[in-house]
Design a protein around this ligand. Structure first.
Ligand code: COI
Length: 360
């Protein structure tokens, strides 16, 4: 039977003035709405206890398995308010399917796509007033996640699991907005190996990226880029988003999906629309030596980070311990792709691919 996520309204919601103050400067991931969606899975019983309830802390036993063995996965999505006031999700079924793939890898239970979508839609409906009005890059960021809430210290797949969705009004992910960022290229740390969890969206991947990310901060870089760890012969992805390169002759190059990088929904959407913008998409192995040589020769002219949170953020340079490789082509092509994606998401151009799903 499908889940319905009935609303148990927050008896103490934020005032309109409080919501307005948050929407005036939402930042990223700092403010949360009045409600959250929650459902519990128990072995033998399946999913149950689904509801939209007041946002607030979980009662988590210190022996909850997730705190010890990191059996946890998550998603990132956004709700966009269009000029007529309506609110829409962008390809939400892709995120639902990716959560299922992540669940497979982390031995978590399958949440049907329909139930995932109901949780997101009912939460957005309950907290619609938290969705920023169309202005710049603002949206309501949705963070669906699932974790092992069973109280048990044995190492095995949890027999009680919690699924939840929280929502957070969001502006640009990077404090500088769409200004070019520098990327730290680490050869010391790796993100994922063959057979590991690189293609799953699990918290552990992000925890293990932090040490390299912090090295990057010391070199004035806002993101780290990982290289495949055994052969060190291909780019993988950034700490929290995918990477794309643009050549002077109109190629849009990105690392192919090898099972070690995340199958980004934004990545996939950009590859799909690239031909309309005069770019030829190429998802393939990209050796770091090619990246550096072709930036120096002027063949690779632009690069950008892409993801739900990052949207499309231009890259100014790649830095290693020894050298800096600076992109010389400006950011015009990157902004062209960025605007096309945002135009679809904010309903400023017709959605010819059926990517948008109306909530309200
Ligand atoms: C997203 O783009 O939604 C993500 O989940 C990346 C996150 C680590 C900020």
């Amino acid at each position: 039977m499908s889940l319905t996520f009935p609303l148990h309204a927050n008896p103490h919601p934020s005032s309109d003035a409080e919501v307005a103050a948050v929407l005036a400067a939402p930042g990223f991931g700092q403010h949360f709405t009045d409600h959250m969606a929650v459902a519990i899975w128990t072995k033998g019983q399946g999913w149950h206890s689904d509801e939209i309830r007041p946002y607030g802390p979980f009662q988590l036993d210190p022996a909850a398995a997730v705190l010890h063995y990191a059996q946890e996965i998550f998603e990132g999505m956004k709700a966009y308010r269009h000029a007529d006031g309506s609110i829409w999700l962008f390809r939400p079924e892709r995120n639902a399917e990716r959560l299922q793939a992540s669940a497979d890898r982390l031995m978590l239970p399958q949440l049907p796509v329909e139930d995932y979508l109901t949780a997101c839609v009912e939460l957005v409906k309950a907290d619609a007033r938290w969705t920023p009005t169309m202005d710049g890059e603002q949206s309501l960021y949705l963070r669906p996640f699932m974790f092992a809430s069973e109280v048990f210290l044995g190492v095995r797949a949890a027999q009680e699991v919690t699924f939840a969705v929280i929502a957070s009004p969001a502006g640009p992910y990077f404090a500088g907005g769409v200004k070019p960022i520098n990327i730290w290229v680490t050869s010391e740390y790796s993100r994922a190996g063959v057979g590991g969890t690189g293609a799953a969206k699990c918290g552990g991947n992000y925890a293990s990226s932090l040490i390299a990310q912090y090295q990057g901060y010391e070199h004035d870089c806002s993101q780290v880029m990982f290289i495949e760890p055994s052969e060190k012969d291909r780019l993988e992805e950034l700490g929290g988003m995918n990477i794309m390169l643009i050549t002077a002759d109109g190629r849009l190059i990105t690392p192919e999906l090898t099972g070690t990088i995340l199958e980004g929904v934004t990545r996939d959407s950009i590859l799909d629309i690239a031909p309309e913008l005069g770019l030829t998409p190429e998802a393939r192995k990209v050796p770091p030596s090619e990246l550096f040589a072709r930036i120096n020769s002027g063949e690779i002219v632009e690069a950008f980070a892409c993801g739900t949170a990052a949207v499309i953020t231009p890259v100014g340079s790649f830095r290693t311990g020894d050298a800096t490789y600076t992109l010389q082509g400006g950011i015009e092509r990157t902004l062209g792709i960025r605007n096309r994606i945002l135009d679809i998401q904010y309903g400023r151009v017709p959605d010819t691919r059926g990517w948008m799903q109306r909530v309200i």
